[in-house]
Write a protein that binds this ligand. Structure first.
Ligand SMILES: [Zn+2]
Length: 449
């Protein structure tokens, strides 16, 4: 089956594929609240079966993992494909132009929660398997699909579940499609992801807000205490000052550095696109390198729910933060470092940690890197680029570190997919092309062993 044959197959089945995506988006699957999860698990199982994969629901202790397997030629490579069927909560409903769990097509895009993150992207992978199974040559490699039901809540059970499935997952290479394509829209294969640790720091003062004249200089001000504490955690030049947070961090290899340098970069355009005229203070590192390095972000700062300006000393101040972890950093080490840093400076501050994920790294010269690049390049009709790390996070350390597989990301969604936000969408042309890309990559991997 040539690329042209796959394109024909996709063109013939456009309406059916779009209907399948719309039906999938129509099943809510909010792991954070549980909304729709049992139905979604069953629907995921049905989609795997309809794509020619033998499905299985694997209990994890949380929301199940749904897997599907299809055998390829004897002795051929075994590919693991990771995706997730849970979605983020819809957020403010009045900011959606159409209901989040009713797929709507406008201007060539399908709107709805999960269109891009991640139902449309793993459905493209499944439809690629279906297309190849329908071809005269059949599937060029064995495929095991893993659909995680807990990605949006940090995949707390995934690594342990995969460790228990080692025999089934005795594979050669892993793939995933998630997140948007590179800002430049150049075809890009991702080699890794940053990890993440999130936490909330709460500083409490008096029982209720106090008059700032009657109590100023007398009552401790939790907002000032919190601001001062935060200023001890990151320097004005961007250096993270939390001792020990970066233990284990490994330098980029020459090949990773070369891959980073080859990525297109247009910082001014990038910033202008989001209404900014300045970059974060972070030494002199280039944009692409910044996206591979550790971060410390304040996500929000709050004192009172009331937005009015009141002359008070607030009773509580809260900072919500996250840190993205670079290669070699460990979530548990970062958690300990933050806890110790806060305890040593402001012992009455409370720190509560949320979801965490480990970083994952695959090197540019790892097995099958060229095969994956070739598959993506063949569909795009130009050479694909390698990006050493994606800015965001995915729980694929369970695959790279846990199962020892090289792992490649092939993001399919448009840059403005608005994942996690109202009006999430997926350009349908990208969905259909994504099926072709996924099939071309499997074919390319199948031809290399
Ligand atoms: Zn997401």
């Amino acid at each position: 089956m040539s690329i042209e044959d796959i394109k024909d197959y996709v063109a013939r089945n456009r309406a059916r594929h779009e209907q399948e995506l719309a039906d999938w988006v129509g099943v809510p699957s909010v792991s954070a609240t549980g909304e729709g999860m049992p139905e979604a698990t069953a629907h995921a199982k049905g989609l795997l079966a309809a794509s020619g994969l033998a499905p299985r629901v694997v209990e994890t202790g949380g929301w199940p993992l749904v897997t599907g397997h299809a055998a390829g030629p004897e002795g051929g490579p075994h590919v693991v494909i990771y995706g997730h069927y849970d979605v983020q909560p819809p957020g403010p409903l009045d900011q959606w132009d159409s209901p989040p769990f009713e797929a709507a097509i406008r201007d060539g895009r399908m709107y709805g929660r999960g269109t891009g993150d991640n139902k449309g992207q793993h459905l493209a992978q499944l439809l690629a398997v279906r297309a190849l199974l329908a071809s005269d040559e059949g599937l060029p490699c064995s495929v095991t699909v893993l659909l995680d039901g807990e990605e949006e809540i940090g995949s707390p059970h995934l690594a342990a579940t995969l460790a228990g499935m080692r025999t089934d997952l005795d594979a050669d290479v892993a793939l995933w499609s998630d997140g948007p394509v590179h800002d430049s829209y150049e075809p890009t294969v991702l080699l890794g992801v940053r990890g993440v640790v999130s936490f909330e720091i709460t500083v409490r003062g008096a029982d209720s807000p106090l008059h700032s004249g009657n109590w100023g200089n007398v009552a401790a001000n939790p907002a000032w205490e919190l601001v001062w504490l935060l200023s001890t955690m990151r320097a004005p030049d961007g250096r993270i000052l939390i001792e020990g947070h970066d233990a284990g961090t490994t330098a980029l290899t020459t090949a990773e550095r070369a891959a980073l340098d080859a990525l297109p970069m247009a910082p001014q355009e990038l910033l202008a696109g989001v209404g900014l005229d300045r970059m974060d203070a972070y030494g002199d590192a280039e944009v692409n390198e910044r996206l591979a390095l550790p971060t410390f972000a304040i996500n929000s700062l709050t004192c009172l729910d009331d937005q009015e300006h009141l002359p008070v000393i607030p009773s509580v101040a809260i900072a919500r933060c996250d840190m993205r972890l670079a290669c070699g950093q460990r979530a548990a080490t970062v958690v300990d470092a933050v806890r110790e840093h806060v305890a040593a400076r402001l012992p009455h501050a409370e720190v509560v940690f949320g979801a965490a994920m480990e970083p994952s790294r695959t090197l540019p010269d790892a097995p099958y890197a060229q095969a994956v690049l070739d598959g993506v390049s063949a569909t795009a009709d130009k050479p694909a680029l390698l990006a050493p790390a994606m800015g965001g996070s995915l729980p694929i350390a369970g695959i790279t570190d846990g199962l020892g597989l090289p792992c490649y990301g092939i993001p399919l969604a448009n840059v403005d997919e608005r994942n996690h936000a109202p009006n999430e969408n997926f350009e349908l042309s990208r969905f259909h092309e994504g099926i072709v890309t996924a099939a071309a990559v499997l074919r390319s991997i199948g031809g290399t062993k």
